[in-house]
Design a binder for this molecule. Structure first.
Ligand code: FES
Ligand SMILES: [Fe+2]
Length: 370
């Protein structure tokens, strides 16, 4: 088979290796992708009271989320308007945001309340100085930000996803995280995302998932907006590796909603919500945070068992895959191969990978060869 894409009938080719191995591509992605898309900040339940804050970062951009006195969640750049010291660290609670360098004091709504010595400065107009706020949405209890002030709302990026999540996970707003498990992968973030976004490898590489959690033969992935919607049903009940609560009409289904570029909501059979969050730290390293949620953060033996099974099987299996792919991409010998795309979709098709390439090219504004 000719590995070219010169005609309409030729296969779509995988991306050139430098998309995954070049630090300059990664640097361009920071402004072209991560600064212009919706990014997970924290969970709403981590900000239970006014003044509770959580810091987070999008690449080198340091931010924090805080609940203000009206009950709204706001997100700010974690940079003092005076001489740029970081304002808060980690997580905690503050009645005001007080810069540790010279003591400028900001209210939770971002307004500068006082600056030591300001009275002696002609023309110092405190009313003009506010923390730099970023676009924030609370999406089914998950706080998201977009560094692009003109970005479309999440409903426009991911049409219908919020309503579907609410149908699949009744009471989703009352969930709290019970586990946030970091998984270190020595690969480019896109290698990990692409691996997540096809199930062509599931039967071969994920025997527990493909025989004890879901039915791989019913697996399909549909692009919608900037979302990849994964659907199938649970494994035959006698093969399930855990007991499912059949009270929800969707309890027997498996669904996931991958939201370009770096988070996915998964609902395992039994309405068990869990998340994948990709935090790229360099061109060849990514931390994948596996989050698990229960109503009010209640202890759940079933979820504990499922999270551990997931870690020991699917996650461990995927680490081996993505790190092997990264080594192949870095070998200097790789030439892009053809994607296996079935026009009918289905589990044996990589049309979802082509969708990701489309979003990548749109964001980066260049042809396939970076
Ligand atoms: S840098 Fe924050 S008060 Fe000076
Ligand atoms: Fe996988």
């Amino acid at each position: 088979m000719a590995l070219t894409a010169d005609t309409d009938t030729a296969p779509v080719l995988a991306l050139a290796a430098n998309w995954y191995t070049d630090p300059e591509v990664f640097a361009r992605e920071q402004s072209a992708i991560f600064a212009r898309t919706w990014q997970f900040a924290c969970h709403d339940s981590e900000l239970a009271k006014a003044g509770n804050y959580v810091t987070f970062a999008i690449g080198r951009v340091n931010l924090f989320a805080v609940r203000d006195r009206s009950g709204a969640v706001r997100c700010y750049h974690n940079v003092c308007r005076h001489r740029a010291h970081e304002l808060v660290e980690g997580r905690g609670s503050r009645p005001f945001i007080v810069c540790p360098y010279h003591g400028w004091r900001y209210d939770l709504d971002g307004a500068l309340k006082s600056a030591p010595g300001e009275d002696q400065v002609p023309g110092f107009d405190r009313a003009c100085i506010r923390l730099r706020e970023v676009r924030t949405e609370v999406f089914c209890g998950f706080v998201f930000v977009n560094l692009d002030a003109d970005a479309e709302p999440m409903e426009a990026w991911y049409p219908g996803v919020e309503a579907e999540l609410r149908a699949f996970v009744p009471g989703i707003d009352a969930l709290h995280p019970i586990k946030q498990i970091p998984v270190e992968e020595a690969c480019n973030w896109k290698v990990s995302v692409e691996n997540y976004s096809e199930c062509y490898h599931c039967k071969l590489r994920h025997p527990t998932f493909a025989s004890g959690v879901i039915d791989p033969d019913r697996y399909d992935i549909s692009p919608r907006g900037y979302c990849l919607r994964h659907t199938t049903v649970s494994a035959a009940s006698g093969k399930m590796t855990y007991a499912i609560d059949a009270g929800n009409p969707h309890a027997g289904e498996y669904s996931s909603w991958y939201l370009w570029p770096a988070i996915s909501f998964q609902v395992y059979p039994g309405s068990v919500l869990n998340t994948y969050l990709w935090r790229a730290t360099s061109h060849d390293k990514v931390t994948v945070w596996r989050g698990w949620y229960t109503p009010g953060g209640a202890v759940s033996d079933a979820v504990d068992q499922l999270a551990q099974q997931d870690l020991d099987t699917t996650v461990a299996e995927d680490i081996g895959i993505v790190e092997s792919v990264q080594r192949g991409l870095q070998s200097g010998s790789y030439e892009p191969g053809p994607l296996v795309i079935n026009p009918q979709g289905g589990v044996m098709s990589e049309h979802s990978i082509a969708a990701i390439y489309g979003w990548l090219h749109e964001a980066m504004g260049e042809d396939r060869q970076a």
